[in-house]
Design a binder for this molecule. Structure first.
Ligand SMILES: Cc1ncc(COP(=O)(O)O)c(C=O)c1O
Length: 363
């Protein structure tokens, strides 16, 4: 075939398929496919968004200065070490663009977030998946898969979709064992939901190592997924690299304004976390009482494993729940075809899911 051809690797990408938002014939489905905050954004963030509408003729501040400073204040970080992005997806992509290229390897954990292999392939690098143990990132397995071509290692902590997490000591062990030219990226998209004391979002490691990046998002607990807003905390040299690669106005004006206001409303965050803690526990107990396997999760979602027989497997459960107006997420793309991932929604929604699962298993 003649004509333009994409670079090697591009046609190997399996395009990212987001969670469904609609169900045919259902005007108001229960949406539990994308780990969104079921209560929406803070009213303060929504007001800031509305006010930003008066300035839509103006370009945004390319450096997201006010937002960067607000994040720095909130977390007591140096603003020089913060870079805002069009979702943390943009930052993941730019880190890979910056540090990997054709022939290089990008290492991640087998059931890790799908953007890591996509970003790797987009630059012609090879994504390398290390096996997990008990649906948890296995440090020894990761280290065994490091080669002299490895450029980046991605860890989602907690991991989506398994909901498992690594302790600070494990992350430290990993960083210390990795060659120093390898960049370790800790993707802490769900950090705000985690209550476990020995959990580490990555910030502590960034403060000690120049070759660690922590990424965060406003898409989950802050309820701003539609605005595409994330940020990275990293050493000043890595921040400099990310600033060179980002689009000049990568974060739009309403997103910056809403992000600043959202940070000011920590009560909204606390309420969402408290709701999640209670509802996640109750939901998992309910699922296990039905005889299904549900590994402990510290995120705002629960992986549910279904039996293998065709009438009651994950695909059948997905269809049945859809028929009941509930959208969940199939996990074949994550190498877990026997599982569904179900986000934690409102209390009444989770009750509806449990009732639907009860009748699904009974029928
Ligand atoms: C582990 C993980 N990292 C990153 C993201 C992307 O977040 P954002 O909306 O900030 O691009 C997601 C979204 O689902 C995620 O689960």
């Amino acid at each position: 075939m003649s004509g333009p051809r994409p670079r090697p690797g591009i046609m190997d990408i399996s395009p990212y398929v987001g969670g469904r938002a609609k169900l045919e014939g259902e005007s108001n489905p229960i949406r539990l496919a994308s780990n969104e905050n079921p209560f929406g954004a803070s009213p303060k963030a929504m007001e800031a968004f509305r006010q930003a509408a008066s300035h839509l003729n103006r370009y945004p501040d390319g450096g997201s200065t006010a937002l960067t400073q607000a994040i720095a204040r909130q977390f007591a970080f140096d603003p020089q070490q913060i870079v805002c992005g069009n979702g943390s997806d943009e930052l993941i992509g730019n880190l890979v663009r910056a540090y990997a290229g054709p022939g290089d390897e990008v290492l991640y954990s087998a059931h890790g977030f799908l953007m890591y292999p996509i970003a790797a392939r987009s630059v012609g690098a090879l994504p390398v998946a290390a096996p997990e143990t008990n649906l948890t990132t296995d440090i020894a397995a990761l280290l065994a898969h490091v080669s002299d071509r490895t450029r980046l290692v991605f860890i989602a902590n907690p991991n989506n979709p398994t909901g498992s997490f690594l302790k600070r000591a494990d992350l430290l062990r990993l960083r210390e064992a990795l060659p120093e030219q390898i960049l370790l990226v800790i993707d802490a998209a769900y950090a705000e939901y985690v209550a476990e004391e020995d959990y580490e979002d990555g910030a502590w490691l960034v403060s000690r190592f120049d070759n660690v990046v922590m990424t965060r998002t406003f898409s989950k607990i802050y309820g701003l997924a539609a605005l595409r807003l994330g940020w990275a905390y990293c050493s000043a040299p890595v921040a400099d690299v990310l600033h060179r690669l980002r689009m000049p106005f990568n974060v739009n004006l309403p997103a910056q304004a809403a992000g600043v206001a959202a940070l000011e409303d920590q009560d909204h965050v606390i309420r969402a976390r408290q709701h999640n803690t209670v509802c996640l526990k109750r939901f998992r107990e309910g699922v296990c009482a039905l005889g299904l396997e549900a590994p402990k999760s510290v995120g705002n979602f629960q992986l549910v494993q279904f039996p293998s027989q065709e009438t009651h497997n994950a695909a059948a459960a997905y269809s049945y729940l859809s028929y009941k107006g509930i959208i969940t997420r199939g996990m074949s793309g994550y190498g877990l075809p026997e599982s569904l991932r179900i986000s934690i929604g409102r209390e009444e929604d989770m009750e509806t899911v449990l009732q639907a699962l009860t009748s699904f298993l009974r029928d």
